[in-house]
Structure formats: structure tokens, C-alpha cells
Design a protein around this ligand. Structure first.
Ligand code: SAH
Length: 348
């Protein structure tokens, strides 16, 4: 994607391989230079054009005139003493902040990345939305969260979840471009089978994503079993009701064959009753899906609470009703690894 800075220079890390080829040829260089350049950017990941030693000094100087090469600054790095989870607070080139969390699982290392600075969606239990929305992240800025974490931690990241700050489907074009860069075999080469995108339920974009057949896992932040409760905690439900959302999920499954994951933040007294379990079973029965129960993380603006015991109890209720459900493992509890909380301490 061609994105220009205020000074007219193009954000080089947001260019697809084909776009980079076009730019390199337009600058009067041979096509194979683009492959070298792409490797410097996405495999060797140097932070300045000067370090691209197999390119002529003249071409390197020209690159600096035509393109900007962005980087993220690590403002804070927290490491969990219990499970190696790492949390980063990054400063973006314009002074805004976002967070990423690196988690070690048995099957490898996964990163949770942010897709926007803040969020417009207004879910009332979520710290990311309370501080408000600033702007969308660029493809390069999503990619750099991964590159910077890999460089700093020395870990190889094999999977990603788009579950940090922001609503990925509210930044659709940039996210799709980022996914293309992430999975490009000449670059990071991540299989999108190892990627989950989480959404609060923007129905038309779910359908659009389905038609792209990217092979990623779709996670739906459901969190409620009827429209009344869902609309009271998630304003997006006033526009896209549960029935419409589930129709779009069925379409996603039909198009991609990928099992849908439903996230369910359990909140005592709000969505944890027998009746809720009955309603959820009625909504999801016969659906190829998985329910992931998360005891709600406490944020200071709300009195919402829950714990693992309630979550296990609710899980048992769902299993009795034939649903496939798990309670999400808590990682990085000692470093407050849930999203949105660190950034807020740093935003003015
Ligand atoms: N906007 C996207 C992705 C970001 S949030 C979405 O809504 O899915 C990632 C997940 O964390 C979502 O399921 C979100 O609802 C959940 N979440 C946000 N705040 C939470 C909290 N306080 N406790 C538990 N889960 C929370």
C-alpha cells in the first residue's frame, strides 16, 4: 500500500513486494534490486538504508529521498516471572503508543498485536476504548511490533493474534495489507493458519474477509447471549445484532472451512447464569465452533469481576449443553498483560 509521510516520502515497509518492484523500476534500477531491498527490510531487518551494503551508495542515498523507513521505540518492557510472557509498550514515530504481548506456548511463541491507537467501539469493559480513538495503525506499524519484539527478545515468533488495542475490522485495508506482508514467503513467511483475528462483530467486514479466503482463524467477541445484554455492554450490537453476526459467522465457515472461536468474557451477575448457558447453547448448537471463556479482567472504571472458579463452573454448564468450551489460560498476570492498560498510563 502506498502511504506518504507529510514530506511526501513513501512508507517503504508498507509496500507489497510488487509495489516495491514498481517503485524500484520507476527509480531507474533493475528489478532484482527490489528483491535485495525486500530482504534487507523483511528478513535482515536493518534500520537504515546505509546498512544495505550490496546496494550502491548512490541508490542508498536515493532511497532515503524517496522512502521513509519507520521503527518503533521500546518505552517499556515487562517480563513475567511466572511464565516468560513479555509485554512491550512501543512509541510510534508520531509519539503515540501501542502495546504488544509475546506469549510462549508449548507449540511455539505467539504475539498479540495492536491494530489501532485506541478504539472507537466503546465496549464498556475494555480499557482500550475508554482512552478514546486516535488513529489507525499502518501495515508497517503492525509488522514492526513483531520485528521489534523478535529482535529484542531473541525469540522466533511463529503465530500472531490481532487481539491487542483496536478493532482490526475497523482498519480493514491496512490489516489486509499487513497480512499479505506477514505471509509473504520472501519476508516473515508466517502461515496465516497461525493467525487469529478478533472482532467485536462488524458484519459487512466479516463477509468481506470471508470472501478473501485467507485461512486465518476468526475470533468473535460475543460476551453475551441475548441482544439486550450485548447492546448494554457492546454498542456495536445496536448496529449488528447477534442473529446477523451469527449468519456472517456461518458464511465465514462456509467460505473458509475454518472453525470459529467465540470469546466470552465472563462477568459475575451479567452473563454467567444458567439462563445464559441455555441461550448460548441455543445460539451456537450445531455450529462448528469453540467457546473461549475469559474471566473478565478488572479495570478501574468498572466494578466487573469474575474468577477462574466461576469460569470453570460456566464451562461445565456449556459442556453439559454440548458446546465445546475452554477457559483461557492466564499468562502474564503479574505484569498486567491484558491489553490497553499500559498505554493509558503513558497517554497524556
Ligand atoms: N476489537 C477486537 C480485538 C481487541 S480486544 C475485539 O473486540 O475482538 C481482544 C479481546 O479482549 C476481545 O475479545 C475483547 O472483548 C476482550 N477484552 C477486552 N477487555 C477485556 C476485559 N476487561 N476482560 C476480558 N476480556 C476483555
Amino acid at each position: 500500500m502506498i502511504i506518504r509521510d507529510d514530506d511526501g516520502r513513501i512508507d517503504i515497509l508498507s509496500l507489497s513486494f510488487d509495489e516495491l518492484c514498481e517503485q524500484v523500476i520507476a527509480a531507474g534500477e533493475k528489478r532484482f534490486r527490489a528483491a535485495q531491498l525486500y530482504e534487507w527490510l523483511h528478513v535482515k531487518r536493518v534500520e537504515s538504508f546505509d546498512k544495505m551494503t550490496n546496494l550502491s551508495t548512490q541508490f542508498r542515498a536515493r532511497l532515503g529521498e524517496l522512502f521513509c523507513l519507520k521503527s518503533l521505540f521500546i518505552v517499556k518492557r515487562l517480563e513475567s516471572h511466572t511464565d516468560n510472557t513479555l509485554k512491550y509498550l512501543y512509541r510510534l514515530p508520531d509519539g503515540n503508543h501501542v502495546e504488544s504481548v509475546v506469549m510462549d506456548y508449548n507449540h511455539g511463541t505467539t504475539i498479540c498485536i495492536s491494530t489501532q491507537v485506541g478504539c472507537k467501539m466503546g465496549c464498556n469493559f475494555c480499557a482500550s476504548t475508554i482512552a478514546g480513538f486516535r488513529r489507525d495503525l499502518l501495515p508497517s506499524e503492525m509488522l514492526l511490533q513483531i520485528y521489534t519484539a523478535e529482535r529484542d527478545s531473541g525469540r522466533r515468533i511463529g503465530g500472531a493474534v490481532l487481539m491487542g488495542i483496536g478493532e482490526p475490522l475497523d482498519n480493514f485495508d491496512n490489516v489486509v495489507c499487513f497480512l499479505d506482508l506477514l505471509s509473504n514467503e520472501k519476508g516473515m513467511n508466517m502461515s496465516l493458519r497461525h493467525l487469529s483475528l478478533s472482532t467485536c462483530g462488524i458484519v459487512p467486514r466479516i463477509r468481506e474477509l470471508a470472501s478473501l479466503k485467507l485461512g486465518l482463524t476468526l475470533s468473535i467477541s460475543l460476551h453475551a447471549t441475548n441482544n439486550e445484554t450485548r447492546s448494554s455492554i457492546m454498542p456495536v450490537n445496536k448496529t449488528y445484532r447477534i442473529e446477523e453476526l451469527l449468519d456472517a459467522c456461518k458464511y465465514y465457515f462456509a467460505q473458509t472451512g475454518r472453525r470459529i472461536s467465540f470469546e466470552y468474557a465472563l462477568i459475575d451477575g451479567v452473563n454467567d447464569s444458567q439462563k445464559n448457558a441455555d441461550e448460548l447453547a441455543a445460539l451456537l448448537g450445531g455450529f462448528v465452533c469453540h467457546v473461549n471463556i475469559i474471566p473478565v479482567n478488572k479495570i478501574k472504571e468498572r466494578n466487573y469481576t469474575s474468577d477462574r472458579k466461576s469460569a470453570q463452573r460456566f464451562r461445565a454448564m456449556l459442556e453439559e449443553r454440548g458446546l465445546n468450551a475452554t477457559v483461557r489460560r492466564t499468562l502474564g498476570a503479574d505484569i498486567n498483560a491484558a491489553c490497553g492498560q499500559l498505554r493509558r498510563e503513558y497517554e497524556i
